[in-house]
Design a protein around this ligand. Structure first.
Ligand SMILES: NC(=O)c1ccc[n+]([C@@H]2O[C@H](COP(=O)([O-])OP(=O)(O)OC[C@H]3O[C@@H](n4cnc5c(N)ncnc54)[C@H](OP(=O)(O)O)[C@@H]3O)[C@@H](O)[C@H]2O)c1
Length: 341
């Protein structure tokens, strides 16, 4: 029997609900909300009562049985969560502390945030920054944090609004929409590339122009194209990343974080050796805690987005399953946040 909470909030319960993905026959995976027992949670980690989680692309890969993401099933996906510490085996966190847990192996090979409770090693946790509530933190979630990392990288490498326009691919998705909104907030002219009919949404987020995928993609194979961008946030990979790099102006940076379109990259070295273009890889799972903490503070403070509510659809644990296929098909607009209570 688990005894959780403090004072008036005390509650006694032996079970909790979680979305569990099980392998049913060869290559077939099914995710269902199940009732699990606290006894199966690790007792040498921090126990967290989850308030919100969020849907990320990687969660859908895990739910679909992608062994590159999750090796063993049954498994609870969910690469991020926010909640309240109930118990900390090592004592590093106090009961009642409000924490974000994301990245590392959460939701991959360690049960994740699609559950009313989870456990995690204490070094995976961050304090929820002041000025940010539970729902806001998972509205950003891993995708928003990744957008913040992409934007931070452009700024660190010298991008300024005066140097020219920034192009964002996969612009209506999680990383893309947060990148558009954040860059626009920081004064950049942002050109959004999207395959959806979401022009109004992207303009409302701050894009000065919206291009269809076809209008953006350049498949001539020329090693260098006319210089159009002072930087790029690519979230889809393949030909989109290739086009962005070949169109970027002297000294600019292109961030690469995803491969929804393709993991392949066919390029010559010319954008790098003749234009000094930097290709910056972005990883959120193993991002060092010091950088992680600094960026979350910014997201809660000077980078806070007025349009946060417009970027998000809030669902329950029971509604998650139907959204896995949608995110894999690139059909989600903005972010999907999972409310546990
Ligand atoms: N490196 C990291 O640490 C990290 C962290 C988070 C995410 N990621 C990766 O970043 C990528 C984006 O994540 P996300 O959360 O933003 O996913 P998402 O919400 O599904 O957005 C991806 C967007 O890319 C576009 N897209 C999807 N499939 C496409 C295709 N076949 N061809 C061209 N465009 C396509 C769609 O936007 P439009 O309809 O607007 O074109 C889609 O909405 C994923 O690959 C994810 O795994 C990496």
């Amino acid at each position: 029997m688990f005894v959780g909470g403090k004072g008036d909030m005390a509650e006694k319960r032996s079970t909790y609900r979680a979305l569990v993905v099980r392998e049913r026959g060869k290559g077939s995976f099914v995710g269902q909300v199940e009732t699990l027992n606290f006894a199966q949670l690790a007792d040498d980690e921090v126990l967290i009562k989850v308030c919100y989680s969020s849907l990320n692309y990687k969660d859908a890969l895990s739910a679909a049985g992608n062994r590159g993401v999750t090796r063993r099933y049954p498994h609870v996906p969910g690469i991020d969560a926010v909640g309240v510490v109930e118990k900390s085996a090592g004592g590093a966190w106090r009961p009642g502390e409000r924490v974000i847990v994301s990245g590392f192996d959460l939701g991959m090979n360690h049960d994740g945030g699609f559950a009313e409770y989870l456990t995690a090693p204490e070094e995976w946790l961050l304090s929820l920054p002041a000025g940010m509530n539970f729902e806001e933190s998972m509205s950003w979630g891993t995708a928003g944090f990744t957008a913040a990392q992409c934007v931070a990288k452009l700024l660190e490498n010298g991008a300024t609004p005066q140097r020219g326009r920034i192009v964002v691919t996969g612009a209506s998705g999680g990383v893309g929409s947060f990148s558009v909104a954040l860059l626009a907030k920081l004064g950049f002219e942002v050109v959004a590339v999207s395959g959806k009919d979401e022009g109004h949404f992207l303009v409302d987020l701050g894009a000065v122009e919206v291009l269809t995928r076809e209008a953006f993609l350049e498949a001539s194979g020329k090693p260098l194209l006319q210089e159009k961008w002072a930087g790029a946030v690519d979230t889809v990979g393949g030909g989109y990343l290739e086009t962005a790099i070949r169109q970027c102006s002297y000294g600019s940076t292109v961030t690469c974080c995803g491969n929804a379109a393709s993991a392949d990259l066919h390029l010559s070295v010319y954008p790098f050796i003749l234009r000094g273009v930097t290709l910056a890889g972005i990883d959120s799972a193993r991002c060092p805690v010091s950088r992680r903490t600094a960026l979350w503070q910014k997201m809660a403070g000077e980078w806070a987005l007025d349009q946060l509510a417009d970027l998000v659809t809030v669902i329950t644990l029971d509604e998650l399953g139907e959204n896995f296929g949608k995110i894999l098909a690139g059909m989600i607009r903005g972010r999907v946040v999972v409310k546990m209570v």
